[in-house]
Structures are given as C-alpha cells and as structure tokens.
Design a protein around this ligand. Structure first.
Ligand SMILES: Cc1ncc(COP(=O)(O)O)c(C=O)c1O
Length: 370
C-alpha cells in the first residue's frame, strides 16, 4: 500500500496554506486575453521605477562569471552593508530575499512545543515559517489595524522564542514610533528573539518611524531584517539581509543554504547600496503617488488606512472581492487582503503617476457599475 504523503507531512505543514503572491501580468493576460502591455500591476509592492541603470551595468559585468559559484560568504556586500549600517561584518546575514532571513530564524529558533508571537494582519510569511517547523503561532489582535505591542508583550510566555514585528507593517502600512519600540524591547524577556522586519523602512525616512539599527547595540535579542526587493527595486533577484549580534548571525549561518544569494544578485545589491540617487527618486515618487491615491480615494468617498510603506489599503466599505475581479477585467491587478482578515480592503502598491491614474479610473468605473 502506498503512503499518504499529505498525512505523512509533519502536522504543521499539513495545515499550511501556501503563500499567495500578487497575480502575474502574463497570467492575467492569458486568462482574459489581454495585451500584457496594457496591464497595470500594483499588487506586490514592487518599485515602479524599474532597476537602476547602475545596477543593470553591474549585472552585465558579472554575467561572465556565471559558471562559478557565488561568494558563499558575500564578503563584498556584507562589507558595504556593515559600513553603511555601522555594524561589524560578522553581524550581517545575507538572505535569498529577506524572506530567507525569516525562514532561517524559524529553522534555527522554533520547533514543536515552542511558539512565535505576531500580530493579526501581519505579513503572511510569519505563520508559514512558524508552522513549517511545527511551532505554534500566537496571533495577537491588532489595534486600529496596527501592532498592539503591549498586548504582544503580554502574549509572550516561557515557550516563546521569536516575536515578528514589521515596521511599517504589510499589508496595513501601519507603524509605531521609537518610544513604543523602546518600551517594547525593554520588556521583552531575554530568551525571545525580536525580529524587526524593516522591509519598507527606506520609504519612511524622515518620519517618526524608528531606525531599528539604533537599538541593536542595546538589545542582543534584536534582529533587524531588510531587503533589496522594495525601495532598491530588485525584487526578482532575491536579496535581503539580517543585522543582529554576531552570535545570532553565526547560528543563522549554520542553517543557511551554502550559496543562498547568487552572484548577479550580490553584484546588483553592491551597486544598489551605492546608488543613493535611485533611492531618493523612488522615495519622492512614492510620496507623490501616495498623495495621488489618497486624493482619488477622497473623491470617491472611500476611506483608507494611513501608510508609511509603498502601498495603501483602501476601505471599500463592502466585500472587496467583486471589485478586485472588476479591476482585473479592466486590466488592473491589485492585492486582495481577505486572507489577511481584511475582506473589505484592497491593497494598492504606489505606481507611476500614469499607473495610479489608470487604477483610479478603473476603480471609479467598477464602483459605478455597482
Ligand atoms: C513585511 C515584509 N517582510 C518581508 C518581505 C519579504 O520580501 P523579500 O523576500 O522580497 O525581501 C515582504 C515582501 O513583501 C514584506 O512585505
């Protein structure tokens, strides 16, 4: 008799739902027989600027080396990041996207009988990395869509090994300030690793959002994760990093795939770190696009959740699924948030001005149809 390889999977994995990504442009084009060139995708918090020319040049140069394994220690990129972030080289962990860093934390610190604490409406990967290793997820109700840090503190118990907090949070875009982070870190027990996920931090520069790096020296149980996928515009290459104590970095390094970041990604990220202009341009574009969408929502009489990311959740005041489908038929892909416990919202990534306008027009049209 053959085995049932679903029930043979470890219990946490059996109960897992796979991550649902934003719908790819080509998929929608195939399904609705649309011209991909006319489709606008504002669904995955990608950078609408496209890659920086300096990054493309660095990738081209690296192409000749494809036959070789990448530098498994990522020396050049780690050196740049250590310098930029004011840490030692041995405090940096490179990941295949920051997603990889979250997974390494799960594999290294979670197991059956242990738990991770995170918020309602938090990033969908936190439950995945937790359940994948058979640990329990302690999901704390959100407060005004954001992390309720005191309630998260109260949820920590002797079996808690990890707390995942994103600032700003995806998909809500909500954030907490330096005082709230400081109060939280002061009270988190020493046996709990706090993963401060700053995937969107570059967009929040100059606001009241704290820089997690400022807290690293005082809190050995803090890991800050960041990514090149968003503000640096390299989502497809998969590069992210963790900053922590050297001890935590050493532990993560033990469970890391030997060559988890490929050589094109390493070269691109090195060029990206040095390209401050690109980052600034993206930030400005994001700020004006955010205002453009908010103005559009106001005109349509819709509410939204204030956001410090490169995306915003609009409140449709009704179940959003039919509107999402209507937008698809108009060639506009956004992100439904029902699986984040937000059935009346849609999450829109800030695009180029013309893309934002196209979305707002399509939204007005779909809503008018009723
Ligand atoms: C909050 C948050 N953390 C981490 C990630 C992972 O991104 P990546 O693996 O591309 O770095 C994302 C991506 O959407 C995110 O929204």
């Amino acid at each position: 008799m053959s085995g049932n390889f679903l029930t043979l999977a470890q219990p946490g994995v059996q109960q897992l739902s796979p991550y649902v990504p934003g719908k790819p442009v080509d998929e929608l084009a195939r399904e609705l027989n649309l011209d991909p060139a006319n489709i606008v995708k504002l669904a995955s918090n990608e950078n609408p600027l496209g890659p920086s020319p300096k990054v493309l040049a660095a990738i081209r140069e690296e192409l000749a080396e494809l036959t070789r394994y990448p530098d498994g220690n990522g020396f050049a990129l780690k050196s740049l990041l250590a310098q930029k972030c004011g840490v030692e080289l041995n405090q940096v962990t490179l990941g295949n996207g920051s997603n990889d860093i979250l997974e390494l934390v799960g594999r290294a610190y979670l197991a059956p009988g242990l738990n991770a604490v995170f918020s309602e409406h938090a990033f969908a990967v936190y439950p995945i990395v937790t359940q994948a290793v058979g640990a329990d997820a302690k999901v704390v109700p959100a407060k005004e869509w954001g992390h309720d840090l005191p309630a998260m503190l109260a949820a920590i118990d002797a079996q808690t090994r990890v707390v995942f907090i994103a600032n700003p949070n995806n998909p809500t875009g909500t954030w907490f300030d330096a005082q709230a982070l400081s109060d939280f870190l002061q009270d988190v027990p020493e046996h709990v690793l706090v993963v401060l996920d700053e995937a969107y931090i570059e967009y929040a520069k100059g606001s009241d959002l704290p820089n997690g790096l400022d807290f690293l020296a005082a809190y050995p149980n803090l890991l800050v994760s960041r990514t090149f996928s968003k503000a640096y515009g390299l989502a497809s290459l998969r590069v992210g990093y963790g900053l922590s104590t050297a001890v935590v970095a050493d532990v993560l390094n033990r469970v890391r795939q030997p060559f988890n970041v490929n050589s094109l990604a390493l070269a691109a990220a090195c060029a990206a770190v040095k390209d401050a202009e690109y980052l600034e341009e993206g930030r400005r574009l994001n700020e004006s696009g955010m205002l453009q969408l908010q103005e559009g929502f106001r005109e349509l009489g819709l509410g939204w959740i204030p956001s410090k990311g490169n995306f915003i959740c609009v409140d449709l005041g009704q179940v959003a699924a039919p509107v999402f489908q209507g937008l698809l038929r108009e060639g506009v892909i956004v992100r439904p948030t029902a699986n984040y416990g937000m059935p009346n919202h849609l999450r829109i990534t800030i695009g180029l001005p013309a893309e934002n306008a196209r979305f707002l027009e399509a939204l007005a049209k779909v809503l008018a149809r009723g």
